[in-house]
Structures are given as C-alpha cells and as structure tokens.
Design a protein around this ligand. Structure first.
Ligand SMILES: [Zn+2]
Length: 485
C-alpha cells in the first residue's frame, strides 16, 4: 500500500526585539553583549514595590511594525501578566498582552512553492517584555543567568497556519526580517537573538486525520527553521503510520531543536492559556493609542521590500536576481535609485553597482554607505556606457579613478582620451588586420564557431588599444567575413 498523502501545515510565532534605547518598562539600557547583570534595576528584576512605566518608544515601534505588516492597530490596548516559573524570569511573570493585543489582522506576501504569490495572514502582534538568558556551563552541572535582557521590548508576531513547507517558512522569515529592517523597527539579527521563531507544525492527511501540533523552540536561524520543520514532518508522519498518533489521541507538545544534530527533542506537553493564569496587569494602566501617532507612522512607512522588488522587475526590467540583490537592503535600494536617470538604463546602473562597486565593498568588508562618491556619479558613468562613449573594460578603469580620486567620469574620459573608438574606418582597419593575423580563427568563425571568433575580436580590440566599440567591432568582423550580422 502506498503511503497516505498529507499536507504540511506550519504557523509561525516570531519574537522580534524592538530597537529601543531603553527597556520596555524601566530606564535600563537595552543593549546586547554587555557584561552580565549590569543593565538591571528594581523594576526589571521585579523587586517588591517596584512599579513599571511604559516606554513610549516601545509602543511607537510596536505600532510602526504592526502597520508595516498590514495590521490594524487597536485604539485601546492593555497589559496582562503571564505567570510561569523560569530561572531567567525573576518576577515569576512576564508583562504581556492577552485579550487586547496592540495589532491584529495583517499579512505578508511571499513566493509560494508553486510560484504563485502566497498571502500569509498575521493573526496578531502584541507587545511583551523579554526574559533574561541562562547559560549552561560546559562540562559542569551549573547554569549561569544574565538578566540584562529582562524587560527589553518584544513584539510577538503570530501567523495563521498558512505556510505549506519548510521552504515557505524560510521565505516568510526572510521577508519579515526585510520588512522590519525597511521600517527601521528592529535589527532582525538572528545571531543576536533580535528575531527568534517558533514554528508550529502538523500534518493533515487525505482521510482527515491530523497529527498533533508541535511547537518547536530554540531555533536561531532561517536554515535551522527549515531543518526543524523537515525533521518534524518526517517524524510526525512516521508516528502516524507506525503508531497511529493523531490529534485525537495525543496532546499538543513543545519540542526543542538541537542545531548540531538537526533533530527535535520532546520538552513538555503544551500549556494551555489556563496554565499561565493570565490576569490584567495591576501596575499598568490601559493604553489609548493616539490616532495621530498611528497616522504619522503609517504616512512615513517605506515601500514594502517585496513591492519594491517586483517593481524593479516590472518597471525597470531588471532580472529577478538583480532585483532581489538590490532590494535585500533598503540602503542599497535607495542608493541604486538615486543613481538612476533618463540618459541611462537601470540595467547598466545595476550591473556597475552589483559588479564593480559590490566587489570593492566586499573586499573591504564595508557596506553601501562606505562608497566614497555620491550615487549620481555612478549614474554618469552608466550614461557613458549606455551612450557607447566607453566600453565595459574602460568603465571599470573610470570607476577605479572615481573611487580613488573622485574624478568625474566624463572628465576622466576626456583627460585620458578613453572614449571608445566608434570611427567605422578605424574599426574596419583593425578588423582587417585581425583577420589577416588570425587566419585559422577567422576561418573557424566563418564556419560557425563563435568561440573561436573570440581570438579575432581580441586581436581587433588590442589594435584599438582596448577602446573599440564592441558592438561595432563585432558587426564589422561579421560583415568582412560575409556572416549575417
Ligand atoms: Zn531595569
């Protein structure tokens, strides 16, 4: 009997650290990588009598992120206590939001596995405070606790189970990360724990059976999320086929992901909301969200990265690959657009930027803001290329000058006599000489061997001191050999 077919169903919970200077309910600095337990106070440690005060910037960034995710922002929101014991949570509860989340009903669009656009709905996004961190000391039975992170603001973003594979889950996270980076509300750095995710995975079979939902914890990379989901899919299918485990006879559970083995390990059966004994936070008043704040944030949101990427393909006629590279970082996309102009094509600007400019930045380990000249200068060079004033090798030479001395492209071309040779007579003479010097290659080219023709082209270009108009050289050579141009 063939194995029964199933669909994979994945929902995602993401904890996003908002980029505030200080913590959510106290004045301690919210910084990563400090000495352990230096950024703490009586509020974030939950000492008796300490009272929290909401950081307005955390609320603003929560609103802004929600809007960037297409959510509706609540007019009124409130705080709740989520009670549980954990060593890195000295208060014994987290200040969170239960029944009145700040944001609801958003969506992120991604490329689905079938190539169509997949709309992943976002059920809610609520503010809460982070816990501290515990570290296991290798080779001992001891753990250590760092409470610096206690009380830093998080936005928990809960999707509907609209993802159908590990790969879609990966693309969802990448898109979410780009959206918050574009909006400027979070660094979204998974290594530093700015963005932590917990995929919920189960399978639905054709006969209607479902495997119990598993929530996977401790995943710290997009690749890790994809591996964890693939592992869960195989494990749950095996449990179903071999032991008949379904949501009817097996409870939901939480499993931890082990990055070294790529496996998940049972931690506990899943708590229900009742187990957390949520109740309204008595120390904080409800929040009336100022409609003027919401409108100001909405008005200042940038174009979504995916919209921008599709626009580059459709309106600027760039390849999907180039569009993806240019929009991965908003600063790069802004720089690129500042280099565009009516006398140059987007393709030529993109080629110069992702080719020579990126190569130089990568070699120096620098980001786009380290380019030593304004974008308009690169645009001027692209115009010279498109106007066939310089060929590609010369453009490289001009860019080097621009980078090192700041000399304007047109001035450098004039000063050094770098304009390409487009004089038909001069090109014809060079091509004739090339055919005479490379008779075997010329014959091969004539016989249809385009590769062999490279020797002839090379010879002609050399005769023109590397400045020949490549299109004209090609066309002239073909004419001289009696080939169709
Ligand atoms: Zn504090």
């Amino acid at each position: 009997m063939s194995a029964p077919a199933y669909r994979v169903i994945v929902g995602m919970e993401v904890h996003l650290q908002l980029r505030t200077r200080t913590k959510c309910f106290c004045g301690c600095l919210a910084v990563y990588g400090a000495e352990p337990n230096v950024h703490v106070c009586d509020v974030c440690l939950g000492l008796p009598g300490a009272l929290p005060v909401l950081n307005a910037e955390a609320l603003r960034l929560g609103v802004r992120t929600g809007l960037a995710l297409g959510c509706t922002v609540a007019r009124r929101t409130k705080w709740d206590r989520k009670n549980y014991f954990y060593p890195d949570l000295p208060k014994g509860y987290q200040i969170s939001q239960y029944d009145r989340p700040l944001c609801t009903d958003g969506a992120i669009e991604i490329d689905g596995d079938d190539g169509a656009t997949r709309r992943v709905r976002i059920r809610r996004a609520h503010l809460e405070e982070d816990t501290g961190k515990s570290f296991h000391v290798a080779g001992t039975k001891h753990s250590r606790i760092d409470l610096n992170r206690c009380g830093t603001p998080l936005l928990e973003i809960v999707s509907e189970p609209d993802l159908a594979s590990a790969e879609e889950a990966g693309r969802y996270l990448e898109e979410l990360r780009r959206i918050v980076a574009y909006a400027g509300t979070s660094d979204g750095n998974m290594q530093e724990g700015n963005l932590r995710c917990e995929p919920n995975v189960n399978l639905v079979y054709e006969n209607g059976d479902r495997t119990p939902i598993v929530e996977v914890k401790n995943v710290n990379s997009v690749a890790g999320v994809e591996r964890a989901i693939r592992f869960e899919v195989e494990r749950q299918d095996r449990e179903y086929r071999e032991h008949g485990r379904t949501s009817k006879n097996t409870p939901r559970s939480t499993r931890g992901f082990d990055d070294t083995t790529g496996t998940t390990v049972h931690q506990r059966t899943k708590e229900s909301a009742d187990d957390y004994r949520y109740f309204p936070e008595p120390d904080l008043p409800a929040v009336d969200v100022d409609p003027a704040l919401v409108e100001a944030e909405r008005a200042s949101l940038p174009e979504r990265p995916r919209t921008r990427r599709l626009r580059y393909v459709q309106a600027l006629q760039l390849s999907a690959y180039d569009a993806g590279v240019l929009t991965a970082d908003r600063r790069v996309a802004d720089w690129f657009e500042a280099a565009l102009g009516p006398d140059r094509t987007a393709k030529t600007v993109a080629n110069l930027l992702t080719g020579e400019v990126f190569a130089r930045l990568n070699a120096a380990g620098k980001a786009i803001d380290a380019v030593p000249f304004p974008p308009a200068r690169l645009g001027e060079l692209a115009a010279l290329v498109d106007g066939r004033v310089v060929n590609a090798p010369t453009a490289k030479q001009v860019l080097k000058l621009l980078w090192e001395t700041g000399e304007a492209p047109a001035a450098a071309v004039a000063r050094l006599g770098l304009a390409q040779v487009s004089d038909p007579e001069a090109v014809r003479a060079a091509c004739e000489a090339a055919i005479a010097a490379e008779p075997a290659a010329a014959a091969a080219l004539k016989a249809g061997n385009e590769k062999a023709g490279g020797r002839v082209v090379g010879h002609a270009m050399k005769a023109l001191k590397g400045k020949g108009d490549p299109t004209l050289v090609q066309r002239t050579l073909r004419q001289l050999l009696g080939l169709p141009s």
